[in-house]
Design a protein around this ligand. Structure first.
Ligand SMILES: [Zn+2]
Length: 388
């Protein structure tokens, strides 16, 4: 019997904010450019060459994510693929709220975990909640807090104090369900335990460098502040989401592999920690960590939906080796709401295929497979964040 998840609610464990006015004002013809990985990162990364925009856009029609979305969204909007940009824009412009909320409903999406650190300035999540028509849970990113604290202070000790206040304030917001760090984009995932002297010296170097980031400059201070975050997260019982693996081109690629996280996960073994992106593209390293560290969780965005043909392999490997109650569905939408929609739908289909195959091969029964599917799509993330 085929595993059926068509009625299963879906919660996106990792996504980003957007505003109605920006969706409407963005160029209709650029829509598909903005949903490919290259196009989306071209919009969000720092240090990209704007002169390459044409080259990025020339890839769109040759990228599966764009090809599939063009066809599926045209079916959904009841227009031909050639009319897609116009039809989509007309529907969006007529009533952004109705358009976006209907997409969420069509994909069975019932809640979004939204990382508040991108885009900046922060998207008002209560406004966004009205736009999408489903619950938004806030994931509070620590790097903007560090930035705020740095601008208000003149020493490492004062910065740490102000940062602790920022963390405590976020922890007291009932909508804030987790902390998030993108230290892989700053100084790398090999988090150490610098002593007070090293932290102070790091602050001095960072200040002298005009706040230019670098492993030789700001790493001890950043590492220390992440250790502080783990302390506060434990106190307030909030999971920590940590970007693992590659991403935009401004990541510290040499120290982005998930195995770098080993010492941190060992030190804070009792702190629930989500490896956002499951170490993309180093999946086997993330699978190894999650299969051995009891409180290390995997979130699957980037492989889903952008892996496309590869989604089945990824789900097979993860479900095969990691306790299935530690696997979280996520999309990493960071540009257009249709990414939330197509990702949820395609991930659901891929899960059905992979779990059906597991049943066929007698690794599990159909009811077990459906429970695993429902858990990956929604229940695991709720339970982990105390929302069930
Ligand atoms: Zn993200």
């Amino acid at each position: 019997m085929k595993v059926n998840l068509s009625q299963a609610p879906i919660i996106d464990a990792h996504s980003h904010g957007f505003r109605a006015e920006n969706l409407v004002s963005a160029s209709p013809e650029g829509f598909l450019d903005r949903i490919t990985v290259m196009g989306m990162c071209f919009g969000s990364a720092t240090g990209v060459d704007p002169a390459l925009a044409g080259a990025v856009s020339a890839m769109t029609d040759h990228t599966l994510m764009a090809m599939l979305t063009r066809r599926r969204l045209a079916e959904y909007l009841d227009c031909s693929p050639a009319e897609l940009f116009q039809a989509r824009h007309a529907a969006l412009e007529a009533d952004p709220q109705a358009y976006v909320a209907k997409l969420m409903h069509d994909a069975n999406l019932s809640a979004l975990f939204v990382d508040d650190g991108y885009p900046l300035p922060k998207v008002d999540q209560l406004e966004m909640q009205k736009l999408v028509g489903i619950t938004i849970h806030r994931v509070a990113r620590i790097e903007p807090m560090i930035e705020v604290a740095r601008q208000q202070t003149h020493s490492a000790a004062d910065l740490e104090e102000a940062f602790r206040t920022e963390l405590e304030t976020a922890a007291q917001d009932p909508r804030c369900v987790a902390f998030k760090s993108i230290i892989a984009y700053r100084t790398g995932l090999d988090i150490g335990t610098p002593d007070r002297e090293e932290v102070n010296a790091s602050y001095q170097r960072w200040q002298a460098a005009g706040w230019r980031e670098g492993r030789d400059i700001s790493k001890p201070l950043r590492d220390h502040l992440l250790n502080v975050t783990f302390e506060i997260a434990q106190k307030y019982e909030r999971p920590i989401h940590i970007h693992s693996g590659a991403g935009d081109t401004d990541v510290v690629l040499s120290h982005a592999r998930p195995t770098n996280l080993g010492p941190l996960l060992t030190r804070f073994a009792s702190q629930p920690t989500v490896l956002i992106h499951s170490g993309f593209p180093w999946l086997s390293e993330a699978v190894y960590l999650a299969s051995l560290y009891p409180l290390a969780y995997l979130e699957l965005s980037l492989y889903l939906p952008w892996g496309m043909l590869d989604m089945d392999r990824v789900l097979t490997q993860v479900i095969g080796a990691v306790p299935t109650n530690k696997i979280l569905y996520g999309s990493d939408e960071a540009s257009e709401p249709e990414i939330l929609w197509i990702s949820a739908k395609e991930a659901c289909s891929a899960l059905e295929r992979v779990l059906s195959s597991a049943v066929e091969r007698d690794f599990m029964t159909t009811p077990e497979a459906e429970q695993i599917g429902q858990a990956i799509l929604a229940r695991n993330v709720l339970r982990l964040h105390g929302l069930d």
